[in-house]
Ligand binder design. Structure first.
Ligand code: PLP
Length: 415
């Protein structure tokens, strides 16, 4: 579900025609629909009704303060993987008691900051991290609440770069070693074991990897209980996929129905860490065609956004639907083209060999499903300033991050 669509041939976001925003803001820019964002959050929350749960929005998908604030105001917690994400979560008013800290490279200053902030739980990724956490908690005279990130060795059947729950991936503690690990953690004076965590990958469109990995985790939870370690939280991680092209991901209801029977008698609270499924289809990238070129037997549509703004096609070969903002009155001819940016890399493309309507220089196009891992992964490569981000709420348009100036782009440097 999203609130982008055509009205009389022009593409709108909620109650605002997109050309009107482009006129005001310039191109390229990210555009988010606030009510799509909210609806995704609320629908997931409703599906989880009846289960003691916290939704911890994964900031890595889109850390924009405005996006996070909309979700925090709706009651969301936060899943964080860095001191910077903790800062953002606290800045928009996420309650520390709803923040879980993941990641395999937490540093001492980051751990100190999170302990001082009183977050809900650290999901520990290694023995070395566990010792560091215990030591810093001791220095601060407090107790660190921990879950262990367990690697259940389940194939999420997604792109290898966003697959995290297989034995060969760098994340978590192998499930066979977890019991021993819990024993060690439980014996540490400044650590209190409260939970278990898994995250098997992202853009998962099949329910079975979620179910199989949870089954493995629940066997471990029972075993732990037998040795006197009683957990309070089961953290399912994120990973629910979205429709970019023709995928049919599970509905929230199907997801919850599949996992509920496995956790219902555990006495534990459920934590979920969705990112993409909340924000992915709530955002698009609006860009303008700058040149159309035929080169040999190939067509290239060159736009003013580039891989530094949206890198998913370049690194994952990800598919994003591309549509003209103005549909022509008459049906347009189509061409097969590469839609590319202006960066000096052949990997700088948004689509390759794609059948698209015949596009003209100067016209606007929307690159769809760009709300997650879009602006979040942007860079200044080729010294291109970070682009603007805009949020629409009904008929209101807000610039939530203005376009970076050249001056700002170099402002941290000296010579
Ligand atoms: N939790 C963890 C630990 C992650 O690594 C990620 C993504 O990489 C997420 C949650 C969010 O995943 P998604 O955006 O697929 O829901």
């Amino acid at each position: 579900m999203n609130l982008f669509g055509y009205r009389e041939g022009t593409f709108w976001c909620e109650s605002v025609p997109i050309p009107q925003i482009a006129e005001k803001v310039g191109t390229p820019f990210y555009l988010y629909s606030k009510n799509t964002l909210l609806r995704h959050y609320q629908r997931l929350d409703e599906s989880l009704a009846g289960i003691d749960h916290i939704i911890c929005y994964a900031l890595k998908a889109n850390p924009s303060l405005s996006v996070c604030k909309v979700l925090a105001d709706a009651g969301s917690g936060a899943e964080i993987v860095s001191g910077g994400e903790l800062y953002r979560a606290l800045r928009v008013g996420v309650s520390p008691g709803k923040i879980v800290y993941n990641g395999n490279g937490k540093t001492a200053p980051e751990i100190r900051y999170a302990l001082e902030s009183g977050i809900l739980m650290f999901n520990v990724d290694s023995e070395s991290e566990l010792h560091l956490l215990n030591q810093i908690a001791n220095e601060l005279g407090c107790t660190a609440h921990v879950g262990l990130r367990v690697n259940p060795d389940i194939d999420p059947r997604t792109h290898p770069y966003i697959s995290t729950g297989l034995r060969e991936n760098k994340f978590g503690i192998p499930i066979e070693e977890a019991l021993e690990f819990y024993r060690k953690a439980n014996a540490m004076p400044n650590v209190k074991v409260v939970g278990i965590h898994k995250h098997i990958g992202s853009q998962i469109v099949d329910l079975s990897p979620f179910v199989e990995s949870l089954q493995r985790i629940m066997l471990l939870v029972k075993e732990l209980s037998r040795i006197g370690v009683h957990l309070r939280c089961i953290d399912m991680g994120g990973g629910i996929g979205i429709t970019y092209n023709e995928e049919t991901p599970p509905s929230f209801e199907d997801y919850v129905s599949a996992i509920k029977p496995l956790i219902k008698d555990s006495g534990c609270m459920l934590i979920v860490e969705p990112g993409r499924v909340i924000v992915g289809n709530a955002g698009v990238l609006i860009t303008r065609v700058v040149h159309v070129k035929a080169s040999g037997n190939k067509n290239f549509v060159v736009v003013d956004a580039a891989m530094n703004d949206l890198i998913r096609p370049s690194i994952y070969g990800a598919y994003h639907n591309i549509v003209p903002v103005e549909q022509s009155a008459n049906c347009r001819a189509t061409i097969v083209a590469d839609v590319v940016g202006g960066i000096c890399e052949s990997a700088d493309f948004f689509a390759r060999g794609r059948e698209v309507p015949e596009l003209k220089a100067g016209e606007l196009v929307a690159i769809m499903s760009a709300g997650a891992y879009g602006a979040a992964m942007a860079s200044n490569y080729n010294s291109r300033p970070l682009i603007a981000e805009v949020m629409v709420d009904g008929s209101q348009t807000m610039i939530i991050r203005r376009r970076q100036t050249y001056e700002e782009m170099v402002s941290l440097e000296s010579f």
